[in-house]
Design a protein around this ligand. Sequence first.
Ligand SMILES: Cc1ncc(C[n+]2csc(CCOP(=O)(O)OP(=O)(O)O)c2C)c(N)n1
Length: 519
Amino acid sequence: MNGAERLLETLVESGLDICFANPGTSEMQLVSAIGNTDTMRAVLCLFEGVVSGAADGYARMTDKPALTLLHVGSGFSNSMANQHNAKRAHVPLVNVVGDHATYHLQYDAPLTSDVPGHAELCSEWVGVSESADDLAICGAKAVQVSMQGWGKVTTVVAPANHAWEESTNKAPALTLPEMKAVSADIISELSSALSNGKVTALYLGGRALREESLAAAGRIAQATGARILCETFPARIQRGAGRVPVERLPYFAEQAAEVLSGFEQLVLVGAAAPISFFAYPGKESILTPDSCEVLTLAEVHQDTAAALLAVAAKIGADVPAETAQAAPGAQTPGGTLTPLAIAQSLAQLMPDHAIVSDEAATCGLPMFPATVNAPPHEWMTITGGAIGQGLPLSLGAALACPDRKVIALQADGSAMYTVQALWSMARENADVTVVIFNNRSYAILNIELARVGAGQPTPKTLSMLDLSRPDINWVEISEGMGVPATCATTAEEFHQQFADAMASKGPRLIEAMVVQQMP
Ligand SMILES: Cc1ncc(C[n+]2csc(CCOP(=O)(O)OP(=O)(O)O)c2C)c(N)n1
């Protein structure tokens, strides 16, 4: 066997079963190895940002890594924005990046680059293979590290000669690490703090937003009067009917600070302390008031469910919190096609256990609160703020959960970054309904322009935030990539088209010509 075949053998034995790929000449042995096995699904993506975003979506839904296959430093750097989002989502991810043969690097051929340097910028572990045998050893280690805590982004740099040279030693899969538990001392300390009568919020993030943790947090809230908040951009939250509802901290700093202003204690559970998304002249970066004590029950990467259950047991919190309830009999939305009308259609029509990828940007603001009583579903957001995540994320989630409907709520500007994901959705027959919020604008930047105090905009200034001239035709783009598409201009049209999409399987795109009221 050659090094590439050994690497693949080890990755498959370590539990990896899907590869999102955009390969080049230095990865041909790996392409060939994957082509000769039926244990690794291969998904071609036509831009590397789709590769990394899809791997993120797959990992968010399965809690295990997907493999990516990328081509040298240039390919890796194309994937970086979504590697960044994946890192911020704390998901496991294993990249394999090919490089020139070791002996070829000295000649500085055109694609030569510092591949480990590229990888280190957004990987939490990088292994550079030193021989054909070492390649699979690096692969085993990459999977092991990727499964530390909730997950890490890892990268194996694979020189082409290590892939094609003979490898005589099999590299066994390594034992996967256990999630770190919260100590008994912290459980006692936080149980006392939660019972001290101060005005308190539980601030949940990451894995603490799964059903079991939410139920335990609900019981704690019920017993102590604490409010349940969550981070602004969670990786994945389980919500809808039957689940304990969570209030998401608003994006705009003033609104977030307002929400946090009355609390004397904030208890972090799998979330970092809330800070402003950006700095603004004359505004605070820290969103909690000085008088609010910030305590940590569970850090990111710790076992949040066990910690919440332990606190609930210690304080005798056994009364369940109220859960969201289905709201039957809602009226079919009509008239102007606003984001809220779309949210109403979504809440009425989404099937049980749908997966929502929310990169609707400004149009997404009313969607989350308006879907609290929708059927049970999961909601994924743009964890690292690097746009171009939503379409790839929904592709990866759909391949991870083929029996569930995926709904991509997608702002038009962000969609254009990784629009190639549509082609992979068509090719893989991914069950994704894409809703494009066509507002022909970088609307959020029009808002931010005023908020940062950048002065009076000129027409030239505004032209850098405007997506017209020419208008983008999403139906044509989508159909050109093999995804059937329709356009909706009223709430009734949207409702009907969305109902049709929910009733059928396979990729669909609805271009929603939204009329937006700016916050
Ligand atoms: C990778 C990356 N590039 C650029 C930005 C800056 N940025 C933030 S929002 C935005 C425009 C978003 O427009 P759109 O997706 O249409 O949503 P809207 O604001 O119109 O709701 C841009 C360019 C970013 N966050 N990430």
